[in-house]
Write a protein that binds this ligand. Structure first.
Ligand code: CAA
Length: 241
């Protein structure tokens, strides 16, 4: 049996592509999800990957949920912090609730998931933590002060933890996807998407979820053991660091 991987937000979008890619690479995969029961059921029926429901924004729910996964499958060796939401608004219209919801899920969610799993990875002297940040955490995006702040925070989190995990055989890396053709991106107003987003992508198209998933499987592999604290951009040359 392969290593155990847990993917948050793992039944839709980049998360679903990642769960499937890891399964195809031989991992035993659990997919967490927070809300969409119908999609999760369909995902499990189609892929055979079990789905577990809890919100990554809730620390206690993460502790309980991770315990369920580990009781069913074994200790989590690869954690993909992918779950994320948007609450886009120009800052002068952004509400405290829109700010909090995005920070709680996209930034605190990475803490809430990694913190309970970290001691086991340290004890076993192996771990892979892969945080899905965003191009908008690197460059900032008008209409996303909340999201850009959270995703930039994920990069700082990645770099600090990479140093702490190094001696314990744990690598911690981030991937910054650009605009990928998921429900989240397709929810942007069509005119805004065509005129302000796709026009800014030099390759002239949205990315595919599988193009991000392949970065995850590489970082999860034994071949990537010397790569830690790094950020891989997959953005069609939209933003070059
Ligand atoms: N830079 C500067 N100003 C901008 C701007 C930009 N990029 N975009 C909009 N504005 C200005 C507009 O010109 C307008 O100014 P005026 O009022 O002076 O005319 C003002 O901001 C309001 O713009 P909108 O009419 O678009 O405002 P709205 O309230 O209808 O919509 C919005 C605001 C929802 C944020 C919308 O602009 C939008 O959806 N923008 C795209 C945001 C985006 O890229 N989200 C990414 C989602 S996908 C994702 O997050 C995944 C990932 O990791 C990449």
């Amino acid at each position: 049996m392969g290593r155990i991987a847990l993917v948050t937000g793992g039944t839709r979008g980049i998360g679903a592509a990642t769960s499937i890619a890891l399964k195809n690479a031989g991992y035993t995969v659990a997919a967490n999800y927070a809300g969409n029961d119908e999609t999760a059921k369909k995902f499990t029926a189609e892929t055979g990957i079990p789905a577990y429901k809890w919100s990554v924004a809730d620390y206690d729910a993460c502790v309980t949920g991770i315990a369920r996964v580990e009781a069913d499958l074994g200790p989590v060796e690869v954690l993909v912090n992918n779950a994320g939401i948007t609450r886009d608004a120009m800052f002068h219209r952004m509400t405290p609730q829109q700010w909090r919801e995005v920070i709680d899920t996209n930034l605190s969610g990475a803490f809430n998931m990694t913190h309970p799993i970290w001691p086991g990875m340290r004890a076993r002297k192996f771990g892979r933590v892969i945080n899905i940040s965003s191009i908008n955490g690197q460059k900032g995006q008008a209409g996303q002060a909340n999201y850009s702040a959270a995703k930039a925070g994920d990069l700082g989190f990645t770099k600090a933890l990479a140093q702490e995990g190094a001696r314990a055989g744990i690598t911690v890396n981030a991937i910054c996807p650009g605009y990928i053709g998921t429900e989240m991106v397709r929810a942007i107003d069509e005119k805004v998407l065509n005129e302000r987003v796709i026009s800014q992508i030099p390759v002239g198209r949205l990315g595919e979820p599988e193009e991000v998933a392949r970065c995850v499987t590489f970082l999860a592999s034994d071949d990537a053991g010397f790569i830690s604290g790094s950020t891989i951009s997959a953005n069609g040359a939209q933003f070059v660091v």
